[in-house]
Design a protein around this ligand. Structure first.
Ligand code: ADP
Ligand code: MG
Length: 300
């Protein structure tokens, strides 16, 4: 699978504040990536660096296979990192025509892109008459005029009403289904869950998790365990094929599952191994709990 963007040990400091802290991740062609994190976690700064509008402090980023300059590479990138801004008294069509002129691309794709974002019926309406959702969709049409390899969106649904949000998310999925790679920044867990295949979770500029969204979601839960003989229990857990990780805190042991396993079956296995438990609970974390835990400012 082709690599679109590689970010390696990227750091950005604003004075004493480290906005992006030693961040690395890779964007591969055809996936939908989310950069997920609370406000101020460094999402926009990361996008800004990759798009050459923010200077990095250290580290590297490389577009495509690294053989073209960033300037050349960015011609194959469509990005919306600010509020959509067009000429208010010009029509949607005329605004896109102007974008084509400025970027030196031909105007043949305008109608196709207006169709895609469901604004073809409003192509002759002035930009100022558009709702925020329509403005955002026009911005997406504009970013797609040159059929970019990747579409970058920063908080694409901020400020929209529920219907507008739904429409933008459906549009993103539709664009992705035609093979365009997408990278979007969002502070909304459910947005990333609904739209993205892959996620990079940030907190205070640091990467906490990166991987497939379904793998982050598919937690099979964890056992909370207590017994007299913790040493035997831990060694049993460490060699158990269904246990991914164990954490010991005081006399409570938490064992995370990588496959489904019922409490009664697990209890039987432990009993047969000569490890009687005094406490056994199977718990499952919601994705929201996992995310809150990942991004909790108080934990290390
Ligand atoms: P996010 O997009 O995740 O909300 P940002 O990348 O905008 O986060 O910001 C990350 C951190 O960097 C925040 O603490 C923010 O206040 C700070 N920051 C962003 N831009 C600047 C700037 N131009 N000057 C100083 N600090 C900035
Ligand atoms: Mg931001």
């Amino acid at each position: 699978m082709r690599t679109i963007l590689t970010i390696t040990n990227l750091t950005k400091k604003y004075g004493l504040l480290t906005a992006v802290n030693n961040l690395s991740f890779t964007i591969k062609k055809g996936n939908v990536y989310g950069i997920l994190g609370p406000n101020g976690s460094g999402k926009s700064t990361t996008l800004g660096i990759a798009l050459n509008v923010v200077n990095k402090t250290s580290g590297d980023f490389e577009w495509f296979d690294g053989t073209v300059s960033t300037h050349e590479a960015l011609k194959k990138v469509g990005a919306i990192i600010e509020r959509p801004n067009f000429y208010p008294y010009m029509t949607a069509y005329k605004n896109l025509e102007l974008v084509c002129k400025i970027k030196g691309i031909d105007t043949s794709k305008i109608n196709e892109k207006l169709e895609l974002v469901d604004l073809i019926d409003r192509k002759d309406s002035k930009f100022k008459t558009f709702s925020l959702g329509m403005k955002q969709r026009l911005a997406i049409a504009s970013a797609l005029l040159n059929d970019p390899e990747i579409l970058i969106l920063d908080e694409p649904t901020n400020g929209l009403d529920p219907q507008g949000i739904h429409k933008i998310r459906a549009l993103i999925q539709q664009i992705a289904s035609t093979g365009t790679t997408i990278l979007l920044a969002s502070h909304l867990l459910d947005e990333v869950e609904k739209v993205c295949t892959h996620v990079v979770v940030l907190r205070k500029g640091k990467k906490l998790y990166s991987g497939r969204v379904d793998e982050m979601i598919s937690s099979h839960g964890f056992f909370e365990l207590k017994c007299e003989d913790n040493i035997s229990l831990i060694s049993f857990l460490e060699s158990h094929p269904s246990i991914e990780k164990t954490i010991r805190k005081d006399d409570l042991i938490t064992a995370f599952l990588n496959t489904p396993l019922s409490a009664s079956e697990f209890n039987k296995q432990l009993f047969n191994a000569g490890i009687p438990l005094s406490h056994l609970v199977l718990r499952k974390e919601s994705l929201e709990e996992q995310f809150l835990k990942l991004t909790d400012n108080t934990s290390s």
